[in-house]
Design a protein around this ligand. Structure first.
Ligand code: ZN
Length: 506
């Protein structure tokens, strides 16, 4: 760690001419979108992607999961680049303690081995009991019949997060739970989110394919089905690190903040998820260092995203402890998965027109900015929901306008998306999502390069001015409290709590 944001803020606020006469950044030309876009090269992204993959593959786990050697070296790799730009950025490495989990599980039904996978934060256990189907989607306590007591609860995926289903099963007295997918294939892992939960204690829980769930449901129609669930779970605290860098000058009371998560899942090196965002904002920071900005620009690399948005949530909580610190962030932009093989170009549905989940005031204007950027280049763009699956959530919860870009995760390429973006209709947007194959070879630069150019264009826009976003006064005049619309939507849709991975996927 070289210096802290506090130091920077003090230095800049002091505006001591003796110090700033020497300020290298003052001599730089003001940032311009076209110049930044021109500076983006596939080669620079590619080189860094190789470096990131090497960091993962040089460790026994071949991953960059929170708390691992691969993640710690990712943090050092980021700060290594920041050290070379010490004339332009100060940075802080923010440590925090987080609950880590590595769970593995097996299950049987009527003696047949099922293809199953455990969820992170599932407790360890080895149980044998009758399997009892839960009503509806298992998102309400009333969905759990009395027979679940002492049994293995069989629950469909959908509507609410895995953690809620598992806690409700525990609350109803189940000894374990099996969650079956509501679309093709295995669920592909996921996290319950760290315990505890008020609805009940987690029980050992595994995920199975929809087909498997349906087979058990059919067998239940003919009579009792006995099952087993066995989970081995390693849950312990680790110390892990966010990295927060900020331009030395620019107005530190009006800060553009960008974020990507630097951690991967356990199962792979995480080159698209979210090596692409990690590199995306790093490369943007490097190119921005040739220019001056009116507003300060803050780049954040979050840890623990894959376990439930842990790093970004922790950071926002720490800012909340300092009066006014959050108010200085005028906009948060999130970049998580920019190089998906079967890509789409998507921006967050800030105005709520597509998914009826409106972002805090200002988010609609950011959506418009990105839509116009793609449109002007003859490129299609679609909306992605503010569904709580990435690190913007803690910012949105505090009424900060949010936006960002996304090339797709485990969603399917529908005929509508195929028409807009080509690729493989009916296939997953990132078939390697959360797997060992999320590696360099499967990055799609045809997606990444244009998204990266749009990313830097948005930096040029908002590092220069926030005038296109509604002022607090305007927001008040419209009678909208900050973040109220999105919060209302969140309350209506209980699955949208904090967390990523497969947690909140419906
Ligand atoms: Zn991600």
């Amino acid at each position: 760690m070289r210096s802290t944001l506090t130091t920077c803020a003090l230095l800049c606020a002091a505006a001591a001419p003796a110090v700033f006469a020497e300020d290298a950044t003052k001599k730089l030309p003001p940032v311009k979108a076209l110049a930044l876009q021109k500076a983006i090269s596939k080669k620079a992204l590619s080189t860094k992607a190789h470096e990131l993959e090497d960091l993962a593959y040089s460790t026994p786990g071949r991953n960059r999961v929170m708390g691992s050697e691969g993640h710690n070296s990712t943090v050092a790799w980021i700060t290594g680049y920041l050290d070379e730009m010490s004339d332009f950025y100060t940075y802080e490495v923010q440590p925090f303690i987080a609950l880590y989990s590595d769970a593995n599980g097996t299950a049987t039904a009527d003696g047949d081995e099922l293809e199953a996978e455990a969820f992170e934060y599932s407790p360890s256990g080895d149980v044998e009991a009758d399997i009892v189907a839960v009503d509806n989607l298992g998102c309400e306590a009333s969905d759990y019949p009395d027979e679940v007591d002492g049994a293995i609860a069989l629950i469909s995926r959908g509507e609410c997060e895995f953690g809620l289903k598992t806690a409700l099963a525990g609350g109803a007295g189940a000894v374990a739970a099996i969650i079956y997918n509501n679309e093709q294939g295995l669920i592909g892992g996921g996290t319950l989110g760290p315990p505890p939960r008020p609805e009940g204690e987690y029980v050992p829980v595994v995920g199975v394919a929809r087909r498997t769930g349906n087979q058990i449901l059919n067998a239940l129609e003919d009579g009792a089905v006995t099952g087993t669930v066995t989970t081995v779970s390693d849950i312990h605290n680790v110390t892990t690190y966010n990295v927060i860098a900020e331009t030395i000058c620019g107005d530190h009371d009006n800060v553009l903040t960008l974020g990507a998560h630097s951690d991967s899942v356990i199962d792979g090196p995480g080159l698209n998820d979210d090596g692409s965002g990690t590199i995306g904002i790093l490369e943007a920071a490097i190119q921005l260092s040739s220019y001056s900005t009116n507003n300060a620009v803050r780049f954040c690399w979050w840890s623990g995203e894959e376990f439930g948005l842990l790093g970004s949530t922790h950071y926002v909580e720490t800012l909340n402890d300092t009066a006014g610190a959050l108010d200085k962030i005028k906009l948060y932009l999130n970049f998580d998965m920019l190089a998906s093989p079967n890509y789409i170009f998507a921006t967050f549905d800030g105005d709520g027109s597509t998914f009826n989940l409106t972002g805090p005031p200002g988010s609609a204007e950011v959506e418009t900015f990105y839509r116009q950027w793609f449109k002007r280049r003859g490129l299609n763009i679609t909306a992605t929901a503010f569904d709580g699956r990435s690190d913007y959530q803690a910012f949105a919860d505090n009424g900060i306008p949010c936006g960002g870009l996304f090339a797709g995760a485990d969603e399917t390429k529908t005929p509508r998306l195929f028409k807009k973006f080509g690729g493989e209709q009916g296939e997953t947007l990132d078939p390697n999502y959360h797997s060992a194959l999320d590696n360099y070879d499967n990055l799609n630069f045809d997606a990444w390069v244009p998204i990266e150019k749009a990313l830097v264009a948005s930096i040029a826009e908002y590092a220069t001015s926030f005038d296109s976003l509604p002022s607090a006064k305007k927001v008040r005049a419209r009678g909208i409290e900050d973040g109220k619309l999105m919060r209302r939507a969140l309350e209506d849709r209980p699955f949208v709590r904090r967390g990523h991975a497969k947690v909140w996927k419906v």
